[in-house]
Design a protein around this ligand. Structure first.
Ligand SMILES: [Zn+2]
Length: 409
């Protein structure tokens, strides 16, 4: 798939510049995809059906893998090579279709209407991560017109934002069908820099059951909120330990393992010793830090409260539920997909990031994977989420150079 003779001309080509959205081939598709409210809790089928019809218009069939309720699905579609090959080698362009909620966020524009302001495009999903998928889809006519040496696959998933749930079924399905891509590019926002590694992540819920009492009689109760807060404080203390004394990898934007508590719920009224409290916490870990050893320490810390709790009521407890787990990923810089992606982004830099992606799951299926997409993670999940015209133009230039690699003409 490499074409060393192309390299010089590729790198000589001036970087595409977009002075307005109308310079972007992908603009109509970006606008269309953002207009679908695909918040993770809702169905993504309207978006998928639109993409299926769009691809069918170019003679490309799509297949879906559904969730249990058939409310959501992944879409898989293959542009076959000129010789008819649709299974061996080739590159997967991967993007999730779901977006995080806009509830309670102060937006200045309609989040589901892509809106240009100055040199920025605002909209939910414009950076995380509909623009990458839209740009890949916009170039389908060009891929087909030029003819492909190797297949190009589209993988559009559901429920990424709630734990990379959907894509697992898509990957299982293509493995079962004997599709063996050479590599995969996940278009999560990296500022169009090439990312070859990211941290792993594990999340848990801690549930503390205390014992209710009138607040004038605190010794007769077990205060679930206070015990939960002691455990929260232990998580925070361990997080400081990772920061101050843990092993580091300076290639990451945050070069150490992090832990944090994201939500907590407990108590009903100030004059009642609270019976229940629960909180969710997570660890985003470097490959050499063991998430299970961490949670074992948290459990051991929590266990010290149990004798005192049981002395008041045998019904009290502290329990931990595993919520989600994402392995880390680390793709070799010398792999073919990394070398191709390096050339496609004009060797614009390489890094490691702290956020998890579906890349780890493709990697787990022996599909070498890199991450490279427009926009920056700092703008993802925010009110007024945006990507710059420059980033969107760079994404288009990246995928055009990819076409130079995979196309015959
Ligand atoms: Zn994302």
């Amino acid at each position: 798939m490499n074409a060393p003779d192309h390299v010089a001309t590729l790198l000589d080509r001036p970087e595409a510049q977009a002075r307005s959205v109308d310079d972007l081939v992908a603009w109509p598709l970006i606008r269309r995809l953002i207009a679908f409210d695909t918040t993770s809790r809702d169905s993504n089928l309207a978006l998928l059906d639109w993409v299926r019809d769009y691809l069918a218009g170019h003679g490309i069939p799509s297949s879906y893998t559904f969730d249990d309720e058939r409310r959501k699905a992944n879409l898989w579609a293959t542009l076959p090579a000129k010789d008819g090959n649709a299974t061996e080698g080739g590159i997967v362009l991967s993007g999730h279709t779901d977006v995080v909620p806009v509830d309670g966020q102060p937006w200045d524009t309609d989040p589901f209407a892509a809106t240009v302001r100055g040199d920025r495009v605002h909209g939910r999903g414009v950076t995380d991560m509909k623009s990458f998928s839209a740009t890949g889809l916009a170039l389908v006519p060009e891929f087909l017109r030029r003819g492909l040496k190797h297949p190009v696959h589209f993988a559009l998933s559901y429920d990424e934002e709630v734990g990379c749930i959907g894509v697992r079924r898509l990957i299982a399905d293509i493995v079962a069908r004997g599709v063996r891509p050479m590599g995969c590019i996940v278009g999560e926002p990296t500022g169009m820099e090439l990312v070859l590694a990211h941290k792993g992540k594990k999340a848990w819920r801690c549930r503390v059951r205390g014992h209710e009492a009138h607040s004038s009689l605190t010794p007769r109760g077990v205060n679930a909120v206070q015990i939960a807060c002691e455990i929260v404080a232990y998580v925070a203390e361990r997080a400081r330990g990772f920061r101050d004394a843990g092993r580091r990898d300076e290639a990451y934007d945050v070069p150490y393992t992090t832990a944090h508590v994201g939500t907590i719920r407990g108590g009903t009224a100030l004059n009642i010793v609270p019976r229940d409290c629960s909180f969710d916490f997570e660890l985003r870990h470097l490959p050499f830090d063991d998430p299970d050893a961490f949670v074992d320490d948290v459990k051991a810390f929590a266990a010290r409260f149990l004798p005192g709790m049981h002395a008041v009521s045998a019904a009290t407890f502290i329990e931990f539920d595993a919520l989600s787990a994402m392995p880390g990923m680390d793709t070799h810089d010398g792999s073919e997909i990394a070398r191709i992606a390096h050339r496609c982004n004009g060797h614009a830099g390489v890094g490691k990031v702290s956020f998890g992606t579906e890349a780890a799951l493709f990697q787990g299926a022996d599909i070498a994977t890199v991450i490279c997409g427009p926009g920056h993670i700092e703008q993802a999940h925010q009110p007024n989420e945006w990507a710059s015209l420059d980033q969107l133009a760079r994404c288009e230039a990246f995928l055009r150079r990819l076409a130079d690699h995979v196309c015959v003409a």
